[in-house]
Design a protein around this ligand. Structure first.
Ligand code: UZR
Ligand code: MG
Length: 256
């Protein structure tokens, strides 16, 4: 596992966190090829962070998927998608302005509402909304979350889930058939025509921007534990910083 201290959470000379304001959530980007285990890694991180006792009103750990930002398809594009001829793995398939705006809102502590995505109909489910409150930790996962520099630069921590291509294909085929209502020909054609070339052209080159590369994905419990501990250290510091602002006397007294 490669670990580099992320730029935006460096520590100042007084031990305070630079670049993290009190109500700013800790924003984590999670990327990797299709079926690499991004969602599972996020789930594990959320579970492990959720174990600690904290006031529910104060604490939120949420995960957002880049898939919630797929552009609405025109009727012609919908037709292409039905035939497996639409490239969902290209950076332009997403509403990148909306991604940028939403992440900026999240970082500004503004409440956001994000729809879920339905792979069977290739469209957003406007009735299944996740509300993102000013949170402690927000995870944003997707195949191309590190592609555009403006978006990439917003993350406090960048993770890349690095699972080998055979394993990913072996997972993707049954998942698309069972969960996404496709047949084998469709899945393999789409994989060969779009998914694999786009992974090599757009996703894989963004691995170099990651702070932490997680080999084998969610199976790598050691890497996930290390990441969770690191996040905990940062949150603890953030909390101490906040309480020193609210109760400067008590904090100084305790330190003395
Ligand atoms: P993950 N995708 C679909 O198959 N249909 C859609 O309507 C929208 C997305 C696929 C997309 C990409 N590509 O490879 C994958 N195709 O979802 C990303 N083809 O999701 O990272 O969970 O594999
Ligand atoms: Mg996924």
């Amino acid at each position: 596992m490669n670990i580099v201290t992320p730029r935006k959470m460096s520590f100042g000379i007084n031990g305070k966190l630079n670049g993290l304001e009190s109500k700013t959530p800790f924003l984590i980007g999670v990327s990797g090829g299709t079926a690499s285990g991004k969602s599972t890694v996020c789930k594990r991180i959320m579970e492990k962070l959720g174990q600690v006792d904290m006031d529910h009103m104060q604490r939120q750990v949420v995960c957002i998927s880049q898939d919630s930002f797929y552009r609405d398809l025109s009727p012609a594009e919908k037709l292409k998608a039905e035939k497996g001829q639409y490239n969902f793995d290209h950076p332009d398939a997403f509403d990148n302005d909306l991604i940028l705006q939403t992440l900026q809102d999240i970082l500004a502590g503004v409440k956001c509402e994000i729809p879920a995505y339905d792979y069977r109909t290739n469209s957003l489910m406007k009735d299944q909304i996740t509300t993102i409150y000013p949170a402690d930790v927000v995870l944003f996962e997707g195949i191309l979350v590190f592609y555009f520099p403006k978006i990439r630069d917003l993350f406090h921590m960048k993770l890349f889930v690095d699972t080998d291509s055979d394993t990913r294909l072996a997972r993707r085929v049954p998942r698309d058939i069972k969960e996404r209502g496709r047949d084998l020909d469709y899945v393999l054609n789409q994989y060969m025509n779009f998914v694999k070339p786009a992974f090599e052209e757009f996703c894989l080159p963004t691995k170099k921007f990651a702070d932490v590369i997680i080999p084998r994905g969610a199976d790598n419990t050691v890497a996930i534990d290390l990441i969770v501990h690191h996040i905990w250290d940062i949150l603890r510091l953030k909390k101490a910083e906040n309480s020193s602002r609210q109760h400067p006397y008590i904090y100084q007294h305790r330190l003395a």
